[in-house]
Design a protein around this ligand. Structure first.
Ligand SMILES: Nc1nc2c(c(=O)[nH]1)N[C@H]1C(S)=C(S)[C@@H](COP(=O)(O)OP(=O)(O)OC[C@H]3O[C@@H](n4cnc5c(N)ncnc54)[C@H](O)[C@@H]3O)O[C@H]1N2
Ligand code: MOO
Length: 449
């Protein structure tokens, strides 16, 4: 047993007595306090590997990448048109130029433009010596159109000096940090690395996350249904949530409410994984053995969190068996996140707490999910004193204003509502009921990248 002691400034996580069901309880930990405790628990793992750039998508960069070259590597044209010396432009007067040749992208014109000359140039082609400006071909008047102009006239005001020239190094300058350690490698970041000629990338090793469900009533798929049982859904939502993060998910199945079975699974998980995510068995029920077991196995805290859904949760460390460090890294313990069993509560607690903690373990400072401000299409029940995450559907009204309505009943067993929802309506701790037309933040399930 190694509950950490609550500090005097923080409420005790002990069980509240005789509280009306669903009412906020003064003892419950605010969401921010849970974030702070999890940040202390989730330390970055050690270990890096060099991977090919395609395999680097969604991984975390293990070292700063310094640009070995300028990108673009040379001054070049941003338009198909004519390159010339912009110093020849005069206010209010047309400029006539003779076309000295053509340069295509991927080629360099070796000559030097003289006074009164221009070069036909394609987008991306290297700017010739003696030119600093490009006039797009549709803005130049050809003096002799057949077979390409031999000379052009630039009407007054068509371009200013320096227009449509892209400078060497304007995207990335040689010697500058192109991507910082800890960056999550998005599609854009992969492209940036490729633009430096980098075919392999140093990344943080893949985080191993074991997950399992608990409960006598939980049936694995393929098992015939029986009275009193439910098919396991949490393992599949957790698999999806973990896989989306680019971690290595390790499925350890469904475990009955038997202390020996739970202990064996937890020990096996700690031996193989950096983190363990479980669902069920964290509230006050007669078969919720997880609590007793965790008290014995590791340093685990149980929390009642001032939020809905996702009120009960446990988190802490489960020591690795001796000699298991080689496989799961040098750290002596795996981090346990024990989520509530109700399917919506498990998902919401994962999104709010586990996801940012796992990003931290991967060496990446987590970013807040994208939020949208929308007007409540109907009144929302909300009690001050807890953070609520209501499932929301975003739409535009007849005027094009962004609005949000709930999916309907907000029971934390209604997994169908998570499928219908676009995101979670975030109602902060202190907020009371929301009237129609009041603005609220919606945390979107899907970001663009
Ligand atoms: N007296 C109290 N009872 C409960 C409280 C409370 O404060 N006092 N809290 C309620 C809240 S809130 C939640 S959330 C749940 C969490 O309880 P557990 O984490 O112990 O979860 P279980 O009791 O094991 O299961 C709850 C519910 O979810 C179903 N479940 C569990 N695992 C799965 C799974 N893998 N796939 C599908 N469904 C699953 C389970 O059958 C139960 O119906 O406690 C409340 N009780
Ligand atoms: O808060 Mo429980 O987590 O309602 O479902």
């Amino acid at each position: 047993m190694s509950h950490s002691q609550p500090s005097p400034a923080e409420p005790t996580p002990s069980m509240p007595q005789a509280t009306p069901p669903g009412a906020p309880v003064a003892h419950d930990l605010p969401v921010e306090a849970v974030h702070a405790r999890l940040a202390a628990l989730a330390e970055p793992v050690r270990g890096t590997e060099q991977v090919g750039i395609f395999a680097a998508l969604d991984r975390v960069l293990a070292e700063d990448v310094v640009s070995p070259m300028d990108v673009p590597p040379h001054d070049n044209s941003a338009m198909d048109g004519f390159a010339f010396d912009g110093a020849a432009l005069t206010d209010g007067r047309p400029l006539a130029l003779q076309v000295a040749g053509t340069v295509l992208a991927g080629h360099r014109w070796e000559g030097r433009l003289g006074p009164g000359q221009c070069l036909r140039i394609m987008t991306g082609a290297v700017m010739p010596q003696g030119a600093d400006t490009v006039v797009p071909q549709e803005a130049a008047l050809p003096a002799s159109p057949a077979g390409g102009p031999e000379s052009i006239t630039i009407p007054p005001g068509a371009v200013r000096r320096g227009d449509h020239r892209r400078r060497a190094g304007e995207d990335l300058a040689r010697g500058r940090t192109a991507l910082a350690k800890g960056t999550r490698l998005t599609p854009a970041a992969l492209g940036l690395l490729a633009s430096l000629g980098q075919a392999t990338v140093p990344v943080v090793r893949r985080l191993r996350v074991a997950f399992f469900s608990t409960g006598d009533e939980i049936l694995s798929l393929g098992t015939p249904w029986r009275e009193g049982a439910v098919y396991d859904s949490n393992r599949y939502t957790l698999f999806g949530l973990l896989a989306r993060m680019g971690v290595e998910p390790i499925d350890l199945g469904a475990v009955p409410d038997e202390p020996q079975a739970l202990e064996a699974t937890l020990r096996a998980a700690a031996a193989r994984a950096d983190a363990i995510v479980t669902s069920g068995g964290v509230s006050a029920g007669a078969a919720d053995h997880t609590r007793t077991l965790l008290d014995r196995l590791g340093q685990v805290e149980f929390w009642r969190i001032a939020m809905r859904p996702g009120r009960p949760m446990a988190a802490g460390r489960i020591p690795r068996p001796q000699g298991a460090g080689g496989e799961a890294g040098a750290d002596s313990a795996a981090v346990l996140f024990a989520l509530p069993g109700n399917p919506v509560a498990a998902m919401v607690a994962f999104l709010v707490f586990v996801r940012p903690a796992l990003w931290r373990m991967m060496g990446c400072e987590p970013t807040a999910p994208p939020a949208l401000r929308a007007l409540a299409a109907g009144p929302l029940h909300k009690r001050p004193g807890r953070t609520e995450y209501q499932r929301g559907i975003v739409f535009q009204d007849a005027d094009g204003t962004l609005c949000v309505r709930t999916t309907g009943p907000q029971g934390s067993g209604l997994l169908s509502s998570m499928v219908q929802a676009d995101g979670l309506i975030l109602l902060p701790h202190a907020r009371g009921p929301v009237a129609v037309g009041e603005p609220v933040d919606v945390l979107l399930f899907d970001g663009m990248l």
